[in-house]
Design a protein around this ligand. Sequence first.
Ligand code: NBP
Length: 479
Amino acid sequence: MNATAAIGVTGLGVMGRNLARNFARNGCTVAVHNRTAGRTRALIEVYGDEGTFVPAESPEEFVAALERPRRLMIMVQAGEATDAVIDEFAPLLEPGDIIIDGGNAHFADTRRREAALRERGIHFVGTGVSGGEEGALEGPSIMVGGSAEAYDVLGPMFETISAKVGGEPCAAHIGSDGAGHFVKMVHNGIEYADMQLIAEAYDLLRQVAGYTPAEIADVFRRWNEGRLGSYLIEITAEVLAHTDPETGGPFVDIVADAAGQKGTGRWTVQTALDLASPVTAIAQATFARAASGQRDLRAAYAGLPGGTRPPLSRTEAERFTSQVEHALYASKVIAYDQGWKMIQDAAAEYGWKIDLGTVARIWRGGCIIRASFLDRIRAAYAFDRDLVSLLGEMEFAMEITDAQVPWREIIASAARRGIPVPAFSAALAHYDTLRADRLPAALLQGQRDYFGAHTYQRVDRPGTFHTVWTAPGRPETTT
Ligand code: NBP
């Protein structure tokens, strides 16, 4: 077989098939392979005329079809399947060849695989691909890890097939080894928080303002024209406006209220704990999904007292709606800020040089959290590459200042009425924690020193101290 393919895709499920078609539609010759050969044949049969595909039935045939340095993209299930495919193909490759893993791998697995393959001279490029089935075909957001050398080869191809915003590609080299998969994981964590915040806003508008789902759809359509404008707000309006054909009632009322998750939100929270990165809005969003599925526990709590819910007049409901917009926006800024800080914390831990403005740029299109808001984040980092927090940027700080009364009012009114707003509350508590002059952490240090001699620092002089709590007069010692 002649080596004519610029790239090969193995694993022709939903994502692999569509990525292969995207490469082919953009003029790349693509070798295609799948464990079950029937899928390869089906791809050629149905989509073969979309571009130049080279179907391969065996790994050897597949590798032989690739131009050097070989670029081989794996699109199979994360975990054991990915390791099995690497073990199958790596022995067929040569130093300088590139394996790309476009699945949703855990970044720690990517780091392990990259180190092992580097020893054999093979580039391993963990790549986060966001945008689902449609994005893979029409233009995803692509977060590329691995070496800069590998990106020199792959970059132009990824940039060609990615989504474009204002003519700019939503694909970039994020950083070495697992940086691409890490950033994809945080993207999904932020997505969880954004979705939960929107869901809480809906719940408030329904239960406090008394609006119907169709009316709330109109509110979201309006918000979509403003600073909250985003793919998630847009699809929320569509879901809320949808009527169940069977019952004729709102679709949202016939859906079971137990949310699923595939695990990337959970990974974000688990990793954040290891990094001591306080992504509390993301964590609450993840726990809110978990709580929604706890049928027995919900049954045990059902019927317990909550707050009182006095109805609002039409004018009050309109005012309340505008307050919810402020609360949603302010909470969203905090959730995104938490995600960005987590990326900074990981970059420091793993030695990645991540350009945070680039992350914002490539999330503006192709992915689930795409939004005009990301342009603002990009601009903030373009102005100051080392920005520690989005609130260090004047416009965000001013918006948060403007949101103070409505943000607090909304959360207080939810608490009075017994309506859960875990992500709104976590975002506000995060804000209040970080802006506080003094935190009760001082008392925690005293408690820790008391029971475990964990020592403490003083505010008035340097050094490390311990109080001998059991001795008369409780003398202080220095260590
Ligand atoms: P699918 O479930 O549609 O396809 C899975 C593919 O993996 C099939 O080609 C299957 O081959 C192959 N495979 C498996 Br499973 N085990 C294998 C093994 N041991 N050896 C060789 N091939 C094996 O998955 P998908 O939705 O296309 O997802 C692919 C990757 O992309 C996953 O890591 C996923 O997390 C990620 N991802 C998915 C989305 C999305 O929206 N779906 C978005 C972003 C990323 P077979 O045909 O022989 O069974």
